[in-house]
Design a protein around this ligand. Sequence first.
Ligand code: AKG
Ligand code: FE2
Length: 322
Amino acid sequence: MRSLRYLDVHFNELCGLPYAIGRLTTHELSQACEEYGFFQIIDHGVPEELCYRKMAAMTQFFKLPAEERAQYFTTDHSKPIKLFNYYLKLEGDQHQKVTTWSETFSHLWEPLNSLPEILPNDIWVFGFSEVFAECEKEIGALVKRLLGLISQGLGPEEDCLQKKLGENPTQKAQGNYYPPYPDPDLTLGQSVHTDLNALTILWQTEGVTGLQVLIKDEKWVAVDPLPSASVINLAIQGQVLSNGRYKSVHHRAVTNKVEPRLSIAMFYGPSKDTVIGPIEDLIDEEHPPLYWSYKYANFFFEEFYKQEGKRRLVKEAFEFHN
Ligand SMILES: O=C(O)CCC(=O)C(=O)O
Ligand SMILES: [Fe+2]
């Protein structure tokens, strides 16, 4: 049987975290992005009460009766609102099969003007639209602030990342719900992946561990939730734009026997028709481009979904091999 246990090392100890955003220096931030591309921040400026309401609204959705939730279920990835699940998807070879066990609800986070029309009526009652309208403002400001700092760490231009992501960044919110499972060693909540966008801000249920990142020597460590903190995860486009200087690391979610867990990921990514590749100013003789350029929508989504159900190696598919 495959064991999903992880090292008794906690990510926060490993990286000396958390960071308080007001005191976060460009140097600290670029160091965190260079090493793991994962860190937790506190004092992030997003009101605590809003974070609470956001988690509560999403929890309400997952508490709807299964038949009601089922109407949003789709395998069509182009839908702006979709419920999908990873139940019964298998990962690994035939001797090491692991079943994934989670349910995911994804919707656009911005633009919000279309949200009330497409959001189902029964979700309205949880104040869903209002909550995410506020998130758009507050979390949007946080993302821009972080992208600015991360750009400065790269050197060339203060706003280089934001500019490269284009005029209409893709902004999606995703609620991941992991019910308890009697034998967690036989399941994964979410299989190994790196996020396909540029920067992810993640909130997780306080007191319930589940998120793990892959560090050196193929070891998994837990990113245990810190009170009022959010997890920042540099995603694939950040790695590609920085020409590999910043890392987008593999991560996964595990389940547990006792308590349900919810995470909400706010994905911030390039405009659909933007061409992504290493920032020109970061390329010279010593630093040749590690990735070729591609159009975010056409190419990237195809590659991402093609690798469904496997350990996704999407960014590797765009690497130059000399
Ligand atoms: O539940 C978690 O903590 C992981 C979620 C995640 O990695 C994702 O939604 O991309
Ligand atoms: Fe992720």
